[in-house]
Ligand binder design. Structure first.
Ligand SMILES: [Zn+2]
Length: 348
């Protein structure tokens, strides 16, 4: 596992290599201060912190301060996962041209949420865009599925003060393209080419003698999830349907059973390495079971608490998950996830 190069300063540099091995407590402390939550944007003064990490063979991970994607270099061009926004897409395009003298032939969206899917227009001169069939409707909906709740008066526009969901507040000026003080769904997805090719359950793409399999794990986080499996590299990439030793910001409205079904489906495939759309750890297959184990503990804790007649306030005090407290963002996400699981279980 080599970090082949980076630009800007890397506050987590001390963690060095050996990312597949367990990370020390020191690293957790350093990572905790370096890691942004989903969609958080780097302050303009900090400048970009981006890096390309060699995973295995011709497969690489590209990271920006809050997101990850992967790309596979072949003799006939590059297969890329998410573009991660216009600026990151431009950076990825330049890195790929410089390092490999290659262009992106395919862009494969993990799902439609804009922090992952925008920026594809940067590759529109060379790329074919692929996604799950539900991505089309999700991109053409009034808002992405993690944004609509911010349109409080239902007029199809979100004003700055209401742009509080993760990933939107810091990106408001970028999404409000006409500068009228509101962001619309159309503005948010303006840099996201609609897919040229869609699939329903599974498909394969071959390029230059290499292959990627696209797997729809079913509903969970969104309705349009794609997990990329690189069979020769024995690696998967997925964003938000699972995390590697960290917590998602929310369940995004899906019960734990949905994640359970999706992750169990992924477990049936043959791979060793797990790359996630957020976080600083490249994981192993066992990390999927660890993540699911946390979600199940959350579900059991909340369900039993409700059966005992406990209130949400009670549970927020009494329910803890000591096995997972070394994961990133334990305390604040313990609170948001218990709250959401409670609301989903009581249909609030
Ligand atoms: Zn998402």
């Amino acid at each position: 596992m080599l970090r082949s190069s980076f630009e800007g300063s890397l506050p987590n540099e001390a963690c060095g290599s050996g990312r597949l091995a367990a990370i020390s407590f020191l690293c957790f402390v350093l990572l905790a201060s370096a890691c942004s939550p989903e969609g958080d944007d780097p302050g303009p003064a900090e400048g970009p912190v981006r890096e390309i990490i060699h995973i295995v063979g011709n497969l690489y991970e590209a990271r920006d301060p809050a997101h990850n994607t992967v790309f596979l270099v072949t003799s006939d061009g590059v297969i890329l996962g998410d573009p991660m926004g216009v600026e990151s897409a431009q950076w990825i395009k330049e890195e790929i041209a410089e390092r490999f003298d290659a262009a992106v032939e395919y862009v494969i969206y993990s799902h439609h949420h804009p922090e992952h899917s925008t920026g594809g227009n940067v590759f529109a001169d060379t790329a074919t865009f692929i996604a799950h069939e539900n991505t089309i409707a999700a991109l053409n909906a009034p808002f992405p599925s993690n944004a609509g709740q911010m349109d409080l008066d239902g007029d199809g526009r979100i004003e700055r003060a209401d742009a509080t969901a993760p990933g939107y507040g810091g990106a408001f000026d970028r999404y409000d393209r006409n500068g009228d003080g509101y962001m619309t769904g159309e503005e948010i997805t303006a840099d996201t080419p609609r897919p040229d090719i869609v699939y329903s359950d599974q498909m394969s793409i071959s390029l230059g003698g290499s292959r990627v399999d696209l797997i729809h794990p079913g509903p969970g986080h969104t309705e349009d999830m794609t997990v990329l499996l690189f069979p020769e590299e024995r690696t998967i990439f997925g964003a938000d349907i699972y995390h590697v030793r960290r917590f998602g910001v929310s369940l995004n409205g899906y019960r734990v059973e949905a994640y359970e079904r999706a992750i169990n489906k992924l477990q049936e495939f043959d791979f060793d390495t797990v790359v996630a759309g957020h976080g600083d750890i490249i994981g192993e297959k066992a990390d999927l079971a660890l993540f699911l184990g946390f979600l199940q503990a959350l579900d059991v804790g909340v369900t039993e608490g409700i059966a005992e007649g406990r209130t949400l306030e009670d549970l927020l005090v009494s329910l803890s998950f000591p096995e997972y407290e070394n994961w990133l963002r334990y305390e604040d996400r313990r609170v948001t996830l218990i709250t959401e699981a409670y609301e989903l279980s009581t249909n609030q």
